[in-house]
Ligand binder design. Structure first.
Ligand code: ARG
Length: 484
């Protein structure tokens, strides 16, 4: 050992000190300190379990638990000093505990490996993260529901697009509710994540431990419904982490689509909506600019989610059982995605809340885009024309209107008669935007009555999610013990 180089807790068989460069490469403490509250929660449950099975005396257990509480206090107050030489959060906590409580601190790690310990910490961390995401998804749903259910949302007509070409007119509420429907599934994926969550502690390094650990008791204390039942799987599995990143990535993709629409709508070309100054940025060179940077970043941040998901998939691919140090890197992806998902969910809600729609512009765009052409064809079908022919007639009307640079409703009786004799004065009611919208009466359609149903349904969906979250996702036991 070089003078002055502290020995590692695992260094019993080592004669040489760790190369400083290796120490840097090997250490996860620069980022995994974030796990400290979860690590402490898990350690307390572990100590109580060791006492229950007679491995620790009551006095030892009390000393360790109160020591862990002191460390938790230091972590909370930002007083605990993280040192590279501690290597990771687990050893930093144990080092500090031992400084505080003396040699009994050395008993904490009995019947446990860092492999099952870190697997538990990550489960607790993700569980907490999922709760936060679900809360924010509900908030975003609320804002969308608010905007959709308003007088404006239920009245304003805008073109719905396919291929980013004006397709058919829809109610603004109908468009916004599409995002509520997506968010319902995004929330469902996070709730579903709880199903696959298993309590890994007790697996030891990979083979189990030489104590009859009360794993059920630990699971109960920490609010887990299930135990991982194979010790190798418990320490090697990262599919739960991948599932989390997949749910987070899909949710980020939902937000990126909403963001892209905000970018389009607030452009001068569309001008369907305006973001207030508080959500716009200027240009350092072009004085006239008002850029939707917030929306662009929601769109841009989705790229990072995809990257982190694929990074973890690549990390796990072909990895032999059980634990390999590669797995230490999973935290970088998980931490960034948890933090960023909260940020983008909150920002999306804030932007939707302050978006000022211009319903005249939206209506004019729907009018100018011949978005009623399908309805003209449907009218001709009702007059006895086969749909294909009706489609062709409506197409000729569009060509004529486009040539004359007028909307479909501005074609004269004479012009209509030239195209098809069946097009009489009833045509004008057919191409009225509100009539067109009102005609989409199929369930899920954009007719006002159907949109009212969707609004009611979306509110029920929201309430259902709240109930499901309360039943399956909240863990009162853990909340009492660590605010988790
Ligand atoms: N810092 C490590 C990680 O995050 C903890 C587990 C270390 N296990 C080991 N066998 N070296 O993966």
């Amino acid at each position: 050992m070089e003078a002055g180089t502290p020995k590692k807790p695992w260094g019993g068989r080592f004669a040489e000190a760790q190369a400083p460069l290796f120490e840097r490469l090997n250490a996860s403490i620069p980022y995994d300190w974030v796990l400290a509250p979860y690590d402490l929660l898990g350690s307390k449950a572990h100590v109580r379990m060791l006492e229950r099975i007679g491995v620790l005396s009551a006095e030892e257990s009390v000393a360790l638990v109160s020591g862990l509480d002191s460390v938790a206090g230091e972590v909370e107050r930002g007083e605990l000093e993280w040192r590279l030489e501690d290597e990771d959060v687990h050893m930093a906590v144990e080092r500090r505990l031992t400084e505080l409580v003396g040699p009994v601190g050395g008993k904490l790690h009995t019947g446990r490996s860092r492999n099952d310990q870190v697997a538990l910490d990550v489960q607790l961390y993700l569980r907490d993260g999922v709760r936060g995401h679900l809360e924010r998804i509900l908030e975003l749903m609320d804002v969308l529901l608010e905007r959709a259910g308003s007088e404006e949302g239920r009245r304003a007509v805008l073109p719905g697009y396919t291929h980013l070409q004006r397709a058919q007119p829809v109610l603004l509420a109908h468009h916004l509710l599409a995002y509520v429907a997506m968010l319902e599934r995004d929330a469902g994926r996070f709730i579903g994540w709880f199903e696959s969550s298993r309590m890994p502690l007790g697996a030891g390094a990979l083979a189990g431990v030489s104590y009859p650990s009360d794993r059920e008791g630990v699971a109960q204390e920490l609010g887990f419904a299930q135990l991982s039942w194979n010790a190798m799987d418990a320490v090697a599995a990262r599919d739960g982490a991948l599932e989390y990143l997949s749910a987070a990535t899909i949710c980020a993709l939902t937000l990126s689509r909403l963001a892209e629409e905000i970018v389009l709508w607030t452009s001068q070309e569309f001008a369907f909506a305006r973001l207030p100054d508080s959500w716009s940025s200027g240009s350092s060179i072009m004085p006239q600019k008002r850029n939707p940077d917030g929306a662009e970043l929601l769109r841009g941040k989705a790229a990072g989610f995809i990257g982190r998901f694929t990074s973890l998939a690549a990390l796990v691919k072909g990895l032999p059982l059980a634990y390999n140090k590669d797995l230490q890197e999973d935290k970088l992806y998980l931490f960034a995605s948890r933090e960023e998902l909260d940020l983008v969910l909150e920002a999306a809600a804030a932007m939707v809340e302050v978006l000022a729609f211009d319903s005249d512009r939206m209506r004019a765009a729907a009018e100018g885009g011949y978005a009623q052409a399908t309805d003209v064809a449907d009218f001709l079908v009702a007059e006895g024309l086969p749909f294909r022919e009706a489609h062709a007639v409506a197409g000729r009307l569009v060509a004529l209107a486009s040539e004359k640079r007028v909307s479909l409703g501005e074609l004269t009786r004479e012009e209509l008669a030239e195209v098809d004799a069946r097009l009489d004065e009833r045509y004008y009611a057919v191409v009225d935007l509100d009539t067109v919208v009102a005609g989409k009466v199929s369930p899920g359609g954009t007719a006002p009555a159907r949109v009212e149903e969707q609004l009611a349904h979306a509110r029920e969906v929201r309430e259902g999610l709240v109930r499901e979250i309360q039943a399956r996702v909240s863990a009162p036991e853990a909340t009492e013990q660590g605010g988790l």
